[in-house]
Design a protein around this ligand. Structure first.
Ligand code: 5GP
Ligand code: ZN
Length: 117
C-alpha cells in the first residue's frame, strides 16, 4: 500500500485540512510555501495521466473548497501536479500541490527561461 493510501486509512498521521467522501487534503510534510497542502482522491490512482474525468470533476470542487477554507481563494494560489518521472513525481498516488499564503516566485522573463535539465 502506498504512503498516501496509508494516510487515507489513518494508518499514518496526515495532519488533515479537509475531507469528503472521496477526497482528502493534508499538509505537506516539507512545505515549499507558507501554505502547502496535498489534495488526493481517496481511491488510489497512480498519476494525472491515469485519472478519469469524473474524478477530476469532483476534485475541482474539492480543491476550490480547500482554497476557501484556508483563506487563499481571493489572494491566489498555485496548483501543481507532477506527472511521472520527467515531471518529478515522487509519490505514485495522484496528488495536487496547493501552494499559497504569500507571493510565489515565477520567472516571467522570455529570455533563456527554461524549466528543464
Ligand atoms: P511529488 O514530488 O510526488 O509531486 O510530491 C510528493 C510530496 O509529498 C512532497 O512535497 C513531499 O514533501 C510530500 N510527502 C512525502 N511523504 C510524505 C508524508 O509521509 N506525509 C506528508 N504529509 N507529505 C509527504
Ligand atoms: Zn495510494
Amino acid at each position: 500500500m502506498c504512503i498516501f493510501c496509508k494516510i487515507v486509512n489513518k494508518e499514518i498521521q496526515g495532519n488533515i485540512v479537509h475531507e469528503s467522501e472521496h477526497f482528502l487534503a493534508f499538509n505537506d510534510l516539507y512545505p515549499k510555501a507558507p501554505i502547502h497542502i496535498l489534495i488526493i482522491p481517496k481511491q488510489h490512482v497512480d498519476c494525472f495521466q491515469e485519472v478519469g474525468a469524473e474524478t477530476m470533476s469532483g476534485m475541482t470542487t474539492f480543491i476550490q473548497e480547500v482554497a476557501s477554507k484556508v483563506g487563499i481563494d481571493n489572494t491566489g494560489y498555485r496548483l501543481v501536479t507532477n506527472n511521472g518521472e520527467d515531471g518529478g513525481q515522487e509519490v505514485r498516488h495522484l496528488h495536487f500541490h496547493l501552494l499559497g499564503g504569500g507571493k510565489l516566485i515565477w520567472d516571467h522573463s522570455h529570455e533563456d527561461a527554461h524549466n528543464f535539465i
